[in-house]
Design a protein around this ligand. Structure first.
Ligand code: DC
Length: 225
């Protein structure tokens, strides 16, 4: 059926990349790899060790030296995979607000990006993989067979995040989420190294008026054609 082996999905925060990537990997029987969780895991480590987030050298050293173990899910609690660092399961820890606030700064450090990009590339080049992030089609796997750039307006993405959190019983303000989405976009797309942008040969999909099923069908068709 599918002849493509390496699929890169990029796009801004909360554009639906993870949902699309996970479904696609499942349908193709490929590995799903969310690179954002590596940046989140480094951020968690920095905070856990009480290292100043502004200490670029110390943050970079952690990214270079501490293995981030990503493996298939060991629990059926909604996780796409297990994330283990320092023998601690941090799968849910890395989704907390304090990580969201600091991860953009950590992921803008060139040394951190270099260390994580090398690991991601090694995994990606084995093939049969759907890799999701911000710079997969441009930097990590520029020779990917298919590159998707999944976009949506900041308002639509904030709306989706808001629904997601309230569905889990959380209490959040839409305006606050929108402000955070806009701020993360700004940092992710203006950083010097590997800024968020579509690869020249990416297929750009604007999902503002498309539901998750339609986006999936579109991309699945692309993979088969
Ligand atoms: O996709 P996410 O929200 O889990 O990503 C967390 C952060 O990591 C986000 O601020 C952007 C950054 N990131 C990145 O710079 N490059 C990637 N390939 C993946 C994520």
């Amino acid at each position: 059926m599918a002849i493509v082996s390496i699929i890169a999905i990029d796009g801004p925060a909360a554009s639906g990349k993870s949902t699309l990537g996970f479904r696609l990997a499942e349908a193709l029987g490929y590995l799903y790899f969310d690179t954002g969780l590596m940046y989140r895991a480094v951020t968690w480590l920095v905070l856990d060790r009480h290292i100043a987030i502004t200490n670029q050298a110390a943050v970079t050293l952690l990214a270079e030296e501490i293995p981030i173990d990503v493996s298939p899910p060991s629990l059926a609690d909604g996780r796409a995979c297990d994330v283990v660092v320092d023998h601690r399961d941090i799968t849910w820890e890395i989704r907390k607000p304090e990580i969201e606030i600091n991860v953009s700064m950590v992921s803008a450090y060139p040394g951190v990006r270099e260390a994580l990009t090398l690991q991601q590339r090694r995994i990606g080049l084995r093939g049969r993989v759907v890799m999701v992030g911000r710079d997969i089609g441009t930097i990590v796997l520029p020779d990917a067979d298919i590159k998707i750039y999944l976009d949506a307006s900041a308002e639509e993405r904030a709306h989706r995040r808001h629904q997601e959190i309230t569905a889990r019983g959380g209490k959040v303000n839409y305006e606050d989420i929108l402000a955070k989405v806009i701020e993360r976009d700004r940092i992710d797309s203006t950083r010097v190294v590997a800024p968020l942008k579509p690869a020249q040969d990416a297929v750009i999909i604007d999902s503002d008026h498309l539901d998750a099923d339609t986006v999936f069908e579109k991309v699945f068709d692309l993979c088969k054609s």
